[in-house]
Write a protein that binds this ligand. Structure first.
Ligand SMILES: C[S@@+](CC[C@H](N)C(=O)[O-])C[C@H]1O[C@@H](n2cnc3c(N)ncnc32)[C@H](O)[C@@H]1O
Length: 304
């Protein structure tokens, strides 16, 4: 291949979008940078977001923007089945992607609507919807009047077809578990009158007490999303391994990966590292207790 005058062929490849790249609009250099399996994101904007203080567990918009830029082209459609305060939708609006966010708590749906109404709109469509992620596999869900009128791309059976799924589900019922002794972030939030858990709904996965039941119900939800993801496209799930109050480590990231590997092909992980989060003094001076300051961004692909 010949390069431009004065530019070596490899240099040109690094700085342009490859003509056979149907996944994204990244140059070779941008593509390769994203494939490193860890990144630090402490999100300066995270603490300043308006109207999101109520929500107890958010991920940064900057993180989502990087994933969305890698796994879609502008104008692509993104689904977040656990949309929370709307980081995915905000990042999609800011990067020119279309998105649908489903959230079980009406309070957070209004948060999303308020946040989006404050942002400039371009060509894209971004929709927060009240609903239970467990129902997304049912055609009745998509037949509701509110959803029928949305400009979602659909297949012959009427099911929407997304280019990418990006989400972070509840991390089991960890928000409801007290760590005792030490003033945790959730305890401080409670004192300030902010939400310390998502809701009291039985359909809220954050309220499932039994860990194995949680993995199974979460697994069923993600399996149910399979027909909504276009073939060969990707899904990213952000989760963390957890330490239960009794000291047992629940390897949520690994258990979920194994649970989903029959429906999707696991493509690897990227570790989201938090470098400015304060360290808790959990086990000192007797026991090793990790300060979990990293999350797994698990990447799956629909291969059939
Ligand atoms: C980890 S939070 C997502 C936070 C979001 N990524 C953000 O940055 O704001 C998980 C969300 O899932 C919601 N949720 C729990 N069970 C659900 C269900 N069955 N269907 C839809 N949403 C659910 C909770 O209310 C919570 O807002």
């Amino acid at each position: 291949m010949e390069g431009k005058e004065g530019q070596a062929p490899e240099e040109e490849t690094k700085s342009r979008i490859h003509p056979r790249n149907q996944l994204n609009d990244l140059t070779g250099t941008e593509w390769i940078k994203f494939t490193r399996t860890w990144f630090v994101c402490d999100s300066p904007r995270y603490w300043k977001n308006k109207n999101t203080e109520l929500h107890p567990a958010r991920y940064p918009e900057e993180l989502v923007a990087d994933f969305v830029r890698f796994f879609t082209k502008p104008g692509g459609w993104v689904l977040d089945p656990f949309a929370g305060s709307g980081a995915t939708l905000v990042a999609c609006r800011e990067t020119g992607r279309n998105a649908l966010g489903v959230e079980i708590n009406p309070k957070y749906v209004s948060t999303m609507r308020q946040r989006l109404s404050a942002l400039p709109m371009f060509e894209e469509s971004v929709f927060p919807v009240l609903g239970n992620a467990a129902h997304l596999q049912e055609s009745e869900f998509w037949g509701q009047d509110e959803l029928q009128s949305l400009p979602l791309p659909r297949d012959e059976s009427g099911l929407p077809q997304f280019d990418f799924i990006m989400t972070s589900p509840p991390y089991w019922s960890m928000l409801r578990k007290s760590r005792g002794g030490v003033e945790s972030k959730q305890k401080q939030r409670g004192k300030q009158g902010l939400d310390t858990h998502y809701s009291d709904s039985l359909a809220d996965l954050g309220n499932i007490e039994d860990y194995d039941e949680f993995i199974e119900r979460l697994g069923l939800i993600f399996e149910g999303l399979h027909p909504l993801l276009k073939p060969q496209r990707y899904m990213t799930i952000v989760v963390q391994n957890l330490r239960a109050p009794d000291g047992e480590i629940k390897p949520l990231a690994w258990d979920l990966t194994r649970r989903l590997s029959t429906a999707y092909q696991f493509q690897g992980e990227r570790l989201w590292c938090q470098n400015t989060k304060p360290l808790g003094i959990w086990g000192y001076p007797k026991t090793f207790v990790p300060n979990y300051h990293h999350h797994y961004c698990l990447i799956f692909r629909r291969v059939e």
